[in-house]
Design a protein around this ligand. Structure first.
Ligand SMILES: [Zn+2]
Length: 426
């Protein structure tokens, strides 16, 4: 038994026996806690008596290539005092397992690391342990929440970014459910996610931080959307707002796409088919100009000649390239002038309506766009940020419970202090 206890590795338990029914079934190790002195009632202090025992089956880590179960013969205590209202209670031993969880403490910590750090699915981990999805998920949520809500996780932030992310689709019409990612833009670290993409949840999140933390944020990066502007205006009024280049370039690209599809329809009367010149040009159009070799350039010119009689697609293409070029400039002094010039050109009456609209958006966000040249906060970490977005998306797959999703995403992309996993208790 001494050797058996060593293998089971829990200092405060007695091993009662090991049940090995079938080579394919999990090994069942029956234990009870060492009971040196009986418990006393928490209300009246009377020495308690044992009422009965519950055998609680816990999923443990596999041993010697076998799945394992720990069968904890829990004592149920009763207060014998007649006048006492306490009645009975079950013993607790968090070193064995946290109450109400179906995994042992060590299996729960291991599962949290597998799901949270390695980004493995709950199902995979449940298959390893030979238990069901909920048992693993409950444990990962309980331990994981302590790690992600550790106040030390969110350190000082110089540039705070807000970005919308699709969380899930819900209901009969598969309605998109949005969330807002709150990001440390410089290090590419996910600070938190809040439900929805309006201003209130993000405002509330910022209001819950202390004032000193908010005060040291110098820049706020955002897509060009009103709600996030409201968040910064109200919660971080001193921070310089910076329009995320990624979103402006993306917007210019989608305007080009709109023009192409409209011209396609106006000239040929149907949506793009594989032999239509504009349809054939669609990939070349979205490529960056410097990535087009001479052959590709000629091909694009030829296709536009054939499919774009009024030169509207070409105008939109030039607008897209000009927006990209905006970010090649490095002179902060002249940035605002460039933005104004570009947006004025776009709003010219000869421009296609989609491009004029882009110009109006740029005028409305002129100072935020130009501020990038001063801050350049989202320049370097763009790759990091794309990687972060991918990580978030990967976790999002198929999840519908926001609280679960938040914990999973933050464990995976929020850089919790994993050295604390050994000590947090749910
Ligand atoms: Zn009592």
């Amino acid at each position: 038994m001494r050797m058996c206890q060593l293998l089971v590795g829990l200092p405060t338990v007695t091993v009662l026996g090991v049940v090995d029914l079938l080579p394919t079934a999990p090994l069942a190790v029956h234990i009870e806690t060492l009971c040196e002195s009986p418990e006393t009632c928490s209300a009246c202090g009377t020495t308690a008596t044992i009422k009965d025992r519950d055998a609680v089956m816990l999923t443990d880590l596999p041993v010697f290539g076998r799945r394992a179960r720990l069968v904890w013969r829990k004592r149920r205590w009763r207060c014998p005092a007649r006048s006492c209202a306490v009645g009975s209670w079950t013993e607790l031993a968090s070193a064995i397992a946290a109450s109400r969880l179906g995994l042992t403490d060590r299996a729960a910590r291991w599962a949290t690391f597998q799901v949270g750090h390695h980004g493995r699915s709950v199902k995979e981990v449940a298959d390893d342990l030979g238990c069901d999805w909920h048992t693993v998920n409950d444990a990962v949520m309980a331990y994981g929440e302590r790690l992600v809500d550790d106040p030390g996780r969110i350190g000082p932030v110089d540039a705070l970014g807000l970005d919308e992310a699709l969380f899930t689709r819900r209901g009969r019409w598969r309605t998109k459910q949005w969330s807002t990612s709150i990001v440390d833009v410089v290090s590419g670290r996910l600070l938190d996610v809040v439900e929805g993409r309006d201003s209130l949840p993000a405002c509330r999140w910022l209001a819950n931080r202390d004032e000193g933390w908010r005060d040291q944020i110098r820049y706020g990066t955002l897509d060009m959307s009103g709600p996030y502007r409201t968040v910064f205006d109200t919660m971080l009024p001193a921070a310089t707002q910076v329009a995320d280049p990624f979103h402006l370039v993306k917007l210019a690209g989608s305007k080009l796409d709109e023009v192409r599809r409209r011209v396609q329809n106006e000239t040929l009367g149907h949506r793009g088919r594989k032999d239509d010149p504009l349809y054939r040009a669609r990939r070349l159009l979205v490529m960056a100009q410097e990535r087009l070799d001479e052959h590709a350039q000629d091909k694009l010119t030829g296709l536009l000649k054939a499919g774009d009689p009024k030169g509207e697609v070409a105008t939109a293409w030039h607008a897209k390239e000009a927006v990209r070029e905006l970010y090649a400039h490095r002179d902060a002094e002249l940035a605002l002038e460039w933005v104004d010039q570009l947006s004025a050109d776009m709003r010219d009456s000869s421009s296609p309506p989609e491009v004029r609209q882009l110009g109006r958006t740029m005028r409305r966000w002129r100072s935020q766009i130009a501020a990038w040249h001063q801050a350049q906060v989202t320049n370097g970490p763009t790759e990091t940020m794309n990687g972060l977005a991918k990580r978030i998306k990967r976790i999002a797959f198929g999840m519908t419970n926001f609280r679960h999703w938040r914990i999973r995403v933050l464990l995976y992309a929020g850089r919790p202090d994993w050295s604390k996993l050994a000590t947090v208790t749910p």
